[in-house]
Design a protein around this ligand. Sequence first.
Ligand SMILES: [Zn+2]
Length: 405
Amino acid sequence: MLAGRKYKLLLTDEQAAYAEQIGGACRSVWNTGLHQRREYRHRGAWMNYNPQAAELAEAKRDHTWLGEAPSHVLQQTLKDLDAACREHGTFRVNWRSKRRWKPSFRFPAGNHITVERLGKRKARAKLPKLGWVHFRWSRHLDGQVRSATLSRDGRDWFVSFLVEDGKQSPEQHVSGSAVGVDRGVVAAVACSDGTMRGREFTTPGERARYLRLQRQLSRQAKGSKNRQKTKAAMARLKRRERERRADFTAWTGSRLASVHGVVVIEDLSTKNMTSSAKGTVEAPGSRVKQKAGLNRAILDKGWHKLELAVTSAARYTGCRVVKVPAAYTSRRCSQCRSMDPDSRESQAVFRCTTCGHCENADVNAARNVVADGLSVSACGDSPPGGSGKQEPAGTREGLPLHPAA
Ligand SMILES: [Zn+2]
């Protein structure tokens, strides 16, 4: 299977400057290529990868700054542009602005990349034109390198290797249990087995410092050195938070996929339409809706990352990830399945108006998610090796999905 391995690079000043230059070349190749494609579309014609690659080769002869960048990397940029235009449409693909785009480029040929370990914590990789670059050996490579992507975050450069680890996805998970997960209000993730997972991603001190920096920024003159420093400090705080989130997501995802044979999660695209109902239960006050919208956007992003983490971990355990439309999961009773918005007593408590069933609102929603997921997989794609016929109403988490063969 293909897997990613990311390391922090320890570039020399010249290497960092060169990497920045390659990034700049990729950015202008992207923008020029996109401009050309749009011009062609305006005239009702199409531009494709091959003619653009030929033009790039010509341009490399005329412009030394372009010629200095590794050819494979620039060609890869055109290929990425081609893929992006095919997927999203030429006019929906974004420009790469100097201010907002974080440099990132790929060396696509794995056979041109050599990786050597130097010590307990250090290693180096030889990349075309860039030469030997050192990086912090923070984890094992465990596989054959297929490509390498360099990217910059703030002042730090990273390398991600795409490796073929030679592992096969197991046919079946060792456990038959199924779990539903829901975005919690109190904790980040609520599971149908009653467990809640979550953590703080920022400390009170960091939050205070961020506010202080924000105020400081508003007083500083635009374009000044000090303003840049403040911005960099804010970016560092944000990155720390992002890394904690990523850590939590990866851990939770791998945990879910290793313990459970089926993980049912909500399909986000449908959640958006219904989740406003949750907003109405919130304490009446001004800007509740506005705030809820913002919070939801942030949660959605994290939720998508969790989905990716589960899916990626599931490849190694044989776990199946099922997505279900999330309509009304937060308002339906998981015991008697009766629907009533009033059952959602508060953000945290669900009390059924029909049968009196009472539990944590997020756990109740997660139970609905798993029940929906199991009925979906029973009607649609029945699990390999399973009996094929499932009783959706009777299935509950903890019951083996695949009868022991
Ligand atoms: Zn009920």
